[in-house]
Write a protein of this length. Structure first.
Length: 253
């Protein structure tokens, strides 16, 4: 049925029932649209975080073999460093003990030992440089793990927000569907009551018209009867006057 027919049907607030229904439908549509936009934003944020997580996993996957390599290399470097330090100490001790040798032999051995010590120093320098690289790698891996942990927390939070938003939307939709069904039943009842009231009014108006017609006929009949009675009375009076005149005329004769 068209909206115009029920435009005068009102609820307890005095506002037309269909106006309330359409207003609530519009408000619900706006609310659903707002929640859909918020849900879409959450989805975009979630996808961005998941992409970052995927990229970090790729990086971490690259770092892991490097870490395993450097773990082994570090152990070897530490062992080599300890060996070099020990051998260097031995050479220095030997160098310090050269005083007992003759001058030529002492110079030869001193040169030899110093060359070996310098060589050990270069090797130690390289070992320490590689150790620093390993420490940097460890820091990079730790930063990646921290970033992954932070991303995982963000992803979990966004997923929870997304689930909550979807539940809210579903609950709102169900609640509105229930409310709308009840309101539409009320509108139908109001329309039926309105039609019933209109039919009652029409019945009363028709009855009033019939009663008015009957009354009008009675008035017409009464008027005609009074007129006829008056005419009859006038006729009787005229005849009585005529008889009186005739009697008077016969007495004079």
């Amino acid at each position: 049925e068209g909206r115009g027919e029920g435009s005068d049907e009102e609820d307890d607030s005095g506002i037309p029932a269909e106006d309330v229904l359409y207003a609530e439908m519009a408000a619900h549509a706006i609310q659903q649209d707002t929640m859909k936009r918020e849900l879409a934003l959450l989805q975009r944020q979630l996808e961005a975080k998941e992409k970052k997580m995927t990229d970090l996993l790729k990086t971490t996957g690259t770092l892991q073999p490097l870490k395993q390599h450097y773990d082994k290399a570090l152990a070897e470097l530490e062992s080599e460093r300890d060996r070099l330090v020990s051998e260097r100490k031995v050479l220095i001790d030997k160098l310090n003990a050269l005083a007992a040798s003759n001058e030529e032999e002492r110079k030869r051995l001193e040169l030899h030992y110093r060359e070996r010590i310098a060589n050990f120093d270069e090797k130690l320098k390289e070992v320490r440089r590689r150790e620093r690289e390993f420490v940097s790698l460890q820091k990079l891996k730790q930063r990646s793990e921290d970033a992954m942990k932070h991303l995982l927390n963000d992803i979990t939070r966004l997923k929870q927000q997304k689930i909550q938003m979807m539940r809210t939307m579903d609950a709102s939709q169900r609640q509105f569907a229930t409310w709308r069904a009840e309101r539409e039943r009320e509108v139908i009842q109001l329309r039926r009551q309105n039609r019933k009231d209109r039919a009652q009014i029409l019945h009363l108006e028709t009855l009033q018209l019939k009663q008015n017609a009957v009354l009008q006929r009675k008035i017409v009949d009464a008027t005609a009867a009074r007129k006829k009675l008056k005419e009859l009375q006038e006729l009787i009076s005229r005849r009585e006057r005529e008889r009186g005149v005739a009697a008077a005329a016969g007495g004079r004769m």
